[in-house]
Write a protein that binds this ligand. Structure first.
Ligand SMILES: [Fe+2]
Ligand SMILES: [Fe+2]
Length: 303
């Protein structure tokens, strides 16, 4: 997995594919609210057959709002970790620090991109949508884990974004070009991040003992369980947003079906798409075959 990966080449690629926020979003590039924003594989609205097509479209867009807010939150967790890891020790690859500094700068830019999209969404959507929080407390709870556990969490998230774009192409159902552009441009830079994360994770793991590596796997699962609890609450908020947007209340049975289906859809979007990613699993498996097996054993619950 690490074969052929070098800080120098990843830095070169990062500089070559780099984009500017102002080229992606602005007054001349509005979001088209007549189209879905998220791939159906993540939104999973069609199984809710008690919703009309127009109502499913609203739900798809609410889920896209949550995607923006969630990535803004997650990237605010990733940024300080990368900034913390960027200084190199004597004897390390001279391209390591510049590559990680570039990574951190891109993550700061991504936060700005997600904020700009979120504001554009709020301006264009009919109702205010709720989001779990406060985000600072969620970030604090995630960052309370070991450094190696956090590095593993970041590795998983970065690999998950690869799938988010690939599935938006494979599952192209006339998605809003703006949202698709967001997923694509994020993917373009995250491709390097996922590989840089693998280098950093292996570097940290090489200095850790077997107990610390086992702890990192447990930290990943603990962060996953914590986020999963938040996703359950988020599904309730999304139900309230949907009912406000469509101007009607669902029945008790429909609400229960909504909660179960949408919670599971978010599990797949934010956790399962990492746990089923071969790039992520390979990077973990090279450090800890038993850790990989443990992650694979819980994956079905998040799919
Ligand atoms: Fe990012
Ligand atoms: Fe990233």
């Amino acid at each position: 997995m690490l074969q052929g990966l070098s800080y120098e080449r990843l830095l070169e690629t990062s500089k070559r594919v780099n984009w500017r926020v102002e080229d992606i979003i602005g007054a001349d590039k509005p979001m088209d609210f007549s189209k879905p924003f998220l791939p159906e594989t993540f939104a999973r609205t069609t199984e809710l057959d008690f919703l009309s097509p127009a109502e499913r479209l609203k739900l798809n867009q609410i889920r896209a709002f949550v995607y923006l807010a969630m990535f803004e939150l997650v990237e605010r967790c990733i940024l300080p970790l990368i900034e913390d890891l960027a200084p190199s020790r004597p004897g390390q690859d001279p391209h390591r620090t510049p590559a990680l500094a570039q990574f951190a700068a891109e993550e700061a830019k991504h936060i700005e991109l997600f904020v700009r999209f979120r504001h554009a969404f709020v301006e264009g959507f009919d109702v205010d949508c709720g989001f779990i929080g406060p985000p600072e407390m969620i970030g604090e709870a995630i960052r309370a884990h070991t450094r190696l556990g956090l590095a593993l969490f970041v590795l998983g998230i970065e690999w998950a974004t690869q799938r988010h774009y690939v599935e938006s192409v494979q599952d192209d159902q006339d998605l809003d070009p703006q949202f698709k552009s967001l997923l694509k441009n994020h993917w373009i830079e995250e491709s390097q991040h996922a590989k840089l994360d693998a280098l950093v994770f292996h570097e940290l793991a090489a200095r850790a003992g077997p107990e610390q590596i086992d702890q990192a796997i447990d930290d990943f699962l603990d962060i996953g369980a914590f986020i999963d609890g938040g996703l359950g609450q988020q599904a309730q908020l999304d139900l309230a947003s949907l009912e406000a947007a469509i101007g009607r209340e669902l029945s008790t049975v429909q609400r229960e079906a909504f909660q179960a289906a949408q919670h599971q859809a978010m599990r797949w979007t934010f956790i399962g798409s990492a746990l089923r990613n071969e790039g992520f699993l390979s990077a973990v498996g090279e450090v800890s075959p038993s850790g990989r097996a443990k992650l694979e054993s819980v994956a079905p619950a998040f799919c």
